[in-house]
Design a protein around this ligand. Sequence first.
Ligand code: NDP
Ligand code: DXP
Ligand code: MN
Length: 392
Amino acid sequence: MATLRRVTVLGATGSVGCSTLDVISRHPERYQVLALSGHSNLTRLAQQCATHRPVYAVVPDQQAAIQLTAALSLLSPHTEVLAGPEALQRVAALPECDIVMAAIVGAAGLAPTLAAAQAGKTLLLANKESLVVGGALLMQAVRAGGATLLPIDSEHNAIFQCLPAATDDRAGVTSVLLTASGGPCRTLSAAELQAVTPEQACAHPNWSMGRKISVDSATLMNKGLELIEACWLFDLRPSDIEVVVHPQSVIHSMVRYADGSVLAQLGEPDMRTPIAYGLAWPERIDAGVQPLDFSTLQALTFEAPDMDRFPCLRLAAEAFEAGETAPAILNAANEEAVAAFLEHRIGFMDIPRINAAVLDQVAAVAVRDLPSLLAMDEQARQSARTLINAVE
Ligand SMILES: NC(=O)C1=CN([C@@H]2O[C@H](COP(=O)(O)OP(=O)(O)OC[C@H]3O[C@@H](n4cnc5c(N)ncnc54)[C@H](OP(=O)(O)O)[C@@H]3O)[C@@H](O)[C@H]2O)C=CC1
Ligand SMILES: CC(=O)[C@@H](O)[C@H](O)COP(=O)(O)O
Ligand SMILES: [Mn+2]
């Protein structure tokens, strides 16, 4: 019989958070929800608390805490409501917590993800921006804390599944093939890309996801962030990684070996597969996902990414090679630019333009610690906001 493991879900109200709770609810004998966090969607968080009865629920501030406490007085009166960023770190590091799902979007997820790593948790990492911003700090915290880091991002989960199990047995690996759907704008001309709306950019052909990552998919910044994420997770350089556009999102990534073999992981485009893999690792459990039906599968096709129409992918590779805080600067610029685009304040192609300009304007420095990294993040955001205001 499996032992019961207690799970903290950071970003429970989002797309990955909801999929995580769906998988957990299929295995009540294996998982118990210890803590949930939400940010703006208190209605959904209250419903999740009513269903999963966590010991703790975390919200951004006191006002939200008063609101959620009132909502939970009947729905889940034993749930203790905590407020603020420090509370996120607290529930990520609780001694009674076994597994932390890091599913907050953006750099806001870095501090609690670091806290989980430092506390030696089994860390299921969906929040790719944590690695992009603080890769050196996070990998060091995983080593120092003795955490088990399991990639949940679908491509990295696929690579993890296709690599040899032992980290000192990578000699036969010649490269990693990171697949990209190409996003909803894959076939648009340079002129058409100028007029892409938030609604178009968020209409991903295969995946249902939050709005920020959906826009990143459309600009190929998601693939750029994932390139950096793969470099940190698997100790690679960008030149070790081949980005392959595969519009059907059936193959989730591949690993190439010296003997000519290529190992791939395939599945329906449903995040519950990598989430279930992370929750049960090294075992396998039902994720509620339909098996791939090879009798109805369409052709699987492949093409090269177009770095001219989608410059964000190149910017990310260059930022990783530049090192120091360059990836954090790029990430901060991108978060600000995507938010402005979603508010119809700038155009789609202003996103790569602003990202490149901020990388030029803000000088990268050595990564020291979390406070200096967050100060650099704020400086890059200020620079991006000035550029955004100039567009309006
Ligand atoms: N969606 C997907 O399929 C995949 C996502 N990922 C990565 O996983 C992460 C989550 O993505 P996704 O679920 O799509 O995103 P969503 O936007 O759907 O959810 C984000 C979650 O973070 C919370 N949140 C937002 N801002 C803050 C903040 N400042 N402080 C604390 N919490 C905050 C949100 O709360 P609220 O909603 O209550 O405001 C929500 O719970 C991202 O890093 C993404 O790149 C990776 C692979 C696939
Ligand atoms: C589900 C997931 O992992 C997303 O990152 C998804 O892969 C986006 O796909 P593209 O960025 O390839 O469009
Ligand atoms: Mn992905």
